[in-house]
Ligand binder design. Structure first.
Ligand code: FES
Length: 105
């Protein structure tokens, strides 16, 4: 079965200020929003290495750093920048309309 994507409303822009992380659930998906220097990115919330919650990680210029074993994932394409993580994080398209953040899931 083909799954069509849809845009869902995640939160208001002021809930994800500069340098902030925001986690939310949509059905069985767990998604992370990150505001890196004023740009909002959306990725999966759970690290591809050993299931750490990335909303408790750290935002760096290179991306989101996992709190457990410190791999950093690029926010544009989800690619891990170093070990131990090897699998990329899923990333999602983001749009902002009238101070609301939408994610394409
Ligand atoms: S759980 Fe994220 S790097 Fe290990």
């Amino acid at each position: 079965m083909i799954k069509l994507s849809e845009w869902i409303k995640a939160c208001k822009t002021d809930q994800v200020g500069d340098g902030k992380l925001f986690a939310f659930d949509h059905k069985d998906q767990k998604i992370l929003l990150a505001n890196l220097k004023g740009k909002i990115f959306a990725t999966d919330l759970i690290c591809t290495h050993a299931q750490a919650d990335l909303s408790t990680g750290f935002l760096t210029d290179e991306g989101i750093r996992c709190p457990l074993h410190l791999s950093v994932f690029n926010l544009e394409n989800g690619t891990p920048q170093g070990p131990p993580a090897e699998k990329p994080l899923k990333t999602y398209n983001v749009k902002i309309q009238e101070n609301e953040i939408y994610v394409e899931v």
